[in-house]
Write a protein that binds this ligand. Sequence first.
Ligand code: GAP
Length: 511
Amino acid sequence: MKSDALLAILKRRGVLWPTAEIYGGAAGLYDYGPLGTALKRRIEDAWRHWFVGLSEDYYWIEPSEILPEAVVRASGHLENFTDPEVTCGKCGHAFRADTLLEKVRPDGIDGLPPAEIAKLLQEAGSRCPNCGSEALSVPRPFNLMFGLDYGVTGKERAYLRPETAQDSYLAFPRMWDVGRRALPLGIAIVGKAYRNEIAPRQVLFRMRSFTQAELQIFFDPADFTVPLDAVADDLLPILSAERRLGGAEAPVDRTVRELVDTGTLPAFYAYYLAVSVRFYREVLGHPKESLRLLEKSDAERAFYNRIQYDIEAHLDSLGGYKELGAVHYRGDYDLGRHGQGSQKDLSVAKEGGGRVLPHVLELTFGVDRNLWALADRHLVVEPTGEGESRNLWRLPGWLAPVTVGVFPLLKKEHAALARSIAQELRRRGIAAEFDVSGSIGKRYARMDEAGAPFCITVDGETLDPAHPNHGTVTVRARDSKQQERLPVAALAERLLAETRPPGFGDPPAGA
Ligand code: GAP
């Protein structure tokens, strides 16, 4: 489905809409409605269940979104967290130079100096997308952080965090004491990050306020063993920087074992890349063929990274592969910089004696982008015959914002029992929605579009003590439209079993 059509459905169903819509919207800001909020929470819960569940030494914390200037100075964001900005000399609109050069440089311009970017713009005959003028400025590095006047004197500077990661580095010494004082130690944060993007676009893909789920794994580089055998045969769709810069776009499948044995990747990195890919497949339901692991070259990598593979999915709505998350080997950059900035020794005691400044492996995940990707991948228009179709959101059960629609067949006779079944299911922690309006067909259609994997109907047989189906309801499965009768007393267990998010290493759903 094209982006506009998808956005229209999501807006109509109250999944999301532009912030301050009645004022014409605000660039790069979106609000989530009831379905969107529930879906987003499910994605975050499933992420946390999978990644924080990887080890008992991985913790989830919720720190501040505001960082003192000293933090972003030490982290390098004050100096380096920039995008090349070009202003039109005629109309004054600002643009990202890499966006203007997208057609001639699809791989981007990361690492190129401003003069070279200016030359590329000239050679490409770039014009202002707003007014068509050729009077484009030489690109300048534009810092993406939102600065704040902090406190009452106006003399203190602070910043909205540009990535949740920074809070984990600040929390590390405290968490070392709170935890088992052992490496590897993981700190996970799910929360807002803020970037003053020059040109917000593609709905949830370049926002100014967005949610990240990030796990920072602190480890001793001389002693970081991983259970590689658990993923050794997994096929990873790799697009190396070398092949890509040579013009290739398609990934090549390589096993984890092969990547490690050939020295392409360290074992710990290959292991966590595989664990991440399994999350995209087993929890989010992206087929392997739609995924690509794109290696960033030395020049392209973020300033803090030693190894960077972006995790991309092919999205029809946006016409190509799009980055949804990444695995970053940040080395000792972060604790080194914050050690210097704070004048604190952030090294820790090793078990066998001596000290080590931990290295960091970061698993980063953009929640909003992934929410869009779930709509792109799973929201389909399914022909139902005779020129008819239904909008069907085939979300995995554990992600569906509504688990079950509960309907009375007849409003007068069956509504009381249907309503009380919905209430009881909600009491058991199941997202049940009572719906009485319109025909049963219309109610099914609404639930199919909301992604509810099940619908329950209370009918005359449910209430008739003389009928063999007394005390049972029809349960209709969203995708197959198959119906079965189940006792009311068995509903909660069945629905909970079908909608429990998988953890790493669990048998695949349905096995
Ligand atoms: N801590 C590392 C970090 O922040 P990043 O590649 O800048 O790395 C990580 O961002 C993820 O956050 C991206 O893969 C993407 O999913 C999401 N993200 C980044 N900028 C975004 C934006 N402006 N709007 C929505 N999501 C964004």
